[in-house]
Design a protein around this ligand. Structure first.
Ligand SMILES: *[C@@H]1O[C@H](CO)[C@@H](O)[C@H](O)[C@H]1NC(C)=O
Ligand SMILES: *[C@@H]1O[C@H](CO)[C@@H](O)[C@H](O)[C@H]1NC(C)=O
Ligand SMILES: *[C@@H]1O[C@H](CO)[C@@H](O)[C@H](O)[C@H]1NC(C)=O
Ligand SMILES: *[C@@H]1O[C@H](CO)[C@@H](O)[C@H](O)[C@H]1NC(C)=O
Ligand SMILES: *[C@@H]1O[C@H](CO)[C@@H](O)[C@H](O)[C@H]1NC(C)=O
Length: 526
């Protein structure tokens, strides 16, 4: 027994220096569903011996302050970051979308969302200024020698904090304040790169390209408005000549939550690292009661449904319609739903508060996933090769689902059509009876898994790379610090155009002079 203790003590001594080498990471996360995948990355960093410190708001909905694997600093704020705000927005969107004409739905999700997005960032503004005003907190942060700031730049506070403390910056990113992150850093021709909210694929007709450009302009307006909010913070705390947008796109490494099995091929940059699907894991065994329920489905299999973290309930008539559709199927159904029990619910459907989604998706009996199209769920479905019936609600969800539908792995129903004319039942039957959907998803799954290193290991490598080398300045393209006219060589074009014009003009005048000189004597001789 003693020997074992001695051995473990020795082992500990050998291992200790390694643990001490672990870095000190300051995390400025984004609240809500963004936290879910940040949390997965943090657990992996913790298990590699890194020290994690998180800045959170006192009203934080998702980010707990009593974790075993990170410590927190809590900033007291009074603003709208909380649960009630998001739940109100979601239910407004559902009510609006249900009755909406496609054009109205399109306008609502683009122009209509401007106000909401600006309001959310006003909340972050208060959070960041309260944090920077707290001298004691800033002194503590400055005294702890952090190696880097890890942030999700949907909120702009992390980039400002990194600049303020003069630390390297790593992004866990898909959205940059208001738009898709690639648009901030890599060349993005609108002719074949669909903008989020455009609901287009990479093969666009002329009118789809027109739509794509319009959506891009709306998105740029949104970025401009949000930029103004953060620029005020930069002006106040970072001194003059700090342009927020410049500062934000100057991150060292961008860990991008997409991969090219899911998204369309596009130009990228050397400091963009793809980690799409990093949160996916092989399925673990199900809890016993679920396993029994799943097995009771026999040869028919199981359908699972979850509309994500924000939608725990639906309007009663819609829920009834969905439950009635499930009742007509021989399959068993597991439905994550917190609203009151739909009256049409049959005994093949199990309502649950929460479900082990990844483990269910990896279960061979699960045939269809009814999902809202959030990135996490879509990536998990892709990883496990399960076809999807999508009911997108807002933001990027339609665009995520169209990437699966385009490759034959999903069917999309909008909120305005899902409970009409048996659409829902028809979509479920189609996916259940048509083997191509499952085969297509399985093919995507094989492509996604065939990588030299797992997306998570790739992400961890690059975070540690930034710690070892105190940044990754050598990977940052020079384009980030250029003015728009040098980037597009407008000045060069003007210069060369001017030179050519000058040459043409001087040639013209030279010829005219020569002509004059040669013609004049003739006139005299006459
Ligand atoms: C870990 O982070 C905490 C909180 O910021 C800090 O007080 C502590 O010194 C750090 N530990 C190490 C070993 O750096
Ligand atoms: C944190 O607190 C909550 C509520 O008080 C509790 O349910 C949870 O188990 C705690 N977690 C840890 C890791 O202590
Ligand atoms: C958070 O802090 C604000 C400002 O001090 C305070 O008004 C609010 O009640 C606090 N909220 C919670 C949930 O502690
Ligand atoms: C952090 O500390 C350094 C000295 O260790 C000091 O020069 C610097 O001004 C401090 N920065 C902030 C933001 O307090
Ligand atoms: C479920 O309902 C069907 C028909 O309504 C009935 O035949 C079956 O026995 C019920 N199953 C259970 C487990 O209650």
């Amino acid at each position: 027994m003693r020997l074992i203790y001695l051995c473990s003590a020795l082992l500990l001594l050998i291992l200790l220096p390694r643990t001490c080498q672990g870095g000190n990471i300051l995390v400025f996360p984004t609240e809500g569903s963004h936290w879910i995948n940040m949390d997965i990355l943090l657990q992996a960093l913790h298990s590699r011996g890194h020290n994690l410190t998180i800045i959170r708001a006192n009203k934080s909905w998702y980010i707990k302050d009593n974790s075993t694997y990170y410590s927190t600093y809590t900033v007291p704020v009074d603003s709208t970051l909380e649960k009630e705000f998001i739940i109100r927005v979601v239910s407004e969107i559902i009510d609006f979308e249900r009755g909406a004409h496609p054009l109205m739905s399109f306008l609502g999700s683009t122009v209509g969302m401007l106000g909401t997005i600006v309001e959310a960032h006003e909340g972050v503004h208060e959070f960041v200024t309260t944090m920077l005003d707290d001298r004691e907190l800033i002194r503590k942060l400055n005294d702890t020698k952090f190696d880097l700031v890890l942030t999700d730049p949907w909120w702009g506070g992390g980039a400002i904090l990194a600049k303020y403390l003069n630390l390297p910056l790593v992004y866990n990113v898909r959205w940059l304040i208001a738009g898709e992150a690639h648009f901030g850093i890599a060349p993005s021709p609108l002719s074949y790169i669909p903008v989020t909210q455009s609901r287009c694929t990479d093969k666009m007709t002329f009118f789809q390209r027109v739509k794509n450009v319009i959506v891009h302009l709306i998105s740029q307006t949104q970025i401009y408005l949000v930029n103004q909010i953060y620029q005020k913070i930069c002006d106040k705390y970072l001194g003059p000549n700090n342009d927020f947008y410049q500062l934000m796109i100057d991150a060292d490494i961008w860990l991008m939550r997409v991969d090219f099995v899911f998204d369309y091929p596009r130009p990228t940059m050397p400091n963009v690292v793809y980690m799409g699907g990093f949160q996916c894991k092989p399925a673990k065994p199900l809890p016993q009661h679920l396993e029994e329920f799943v097995q009771s489905s026999g040869e028919h299999g199981v359908i699972i449904m979850s509309l994500g973290t924000f939608v725990s309930e639906l309007p009663a008539d819609m829920a009834n319609e969905i439950a009635a559709a499930f009742a007509k199927l021989p399959q068993k159904v597991i439905w994550r739903y917190k609203g009151s029990r739909p009256s049409t619910l049959a005994n093949n459907t199990l309502l649950v508060d929460w479900m082990p989604q990844n483990d269910l998706l990896g279960h061979p009996k699960v045939k269809v996933f009814v999902a809202h199209g959030g990135t996490n769920g879509v990536q998990e479905a892709l990883y496990h090769g399960v076809p999807v019936v999508g009911i997108p609600l807002f933001f990027d969800q339609y665009d995520n689902l169209i990437r699966l539908e385009d490759r034959g792995g999903a069917k999309i129903l909008t909120l305005s059509t899902v409970d009409k004319d048996n659409n829902f039942l028809r979509a479920l039957r189609q996916i259940l009876n048509e083997p191509s959907y499952r085969m297509n998803m399985q093919r995507l799954s094989r492509l996604h898994r065939d990588q030299p290193i797992t997306p998570m290991d790739n992400a961890l490598f690059w975070i540690e790379f930034v710690m070892r080398h105190k940044g990754a300045a050598h990977l940052k393209p020079a384009s980030l610090r250029m003015s728009w006219y040098s980037y597009h060589s407008v000045d060069v074009a003007l210069f060369l155009g001017g030179a050519v014009l000058l040459m043409l003009l001087s040639t013209f005048f030279l010829i005219r002079c020569l002509c004059n000189a040669m013609c004049k004597p003739k006139v005299k001789r006459e």
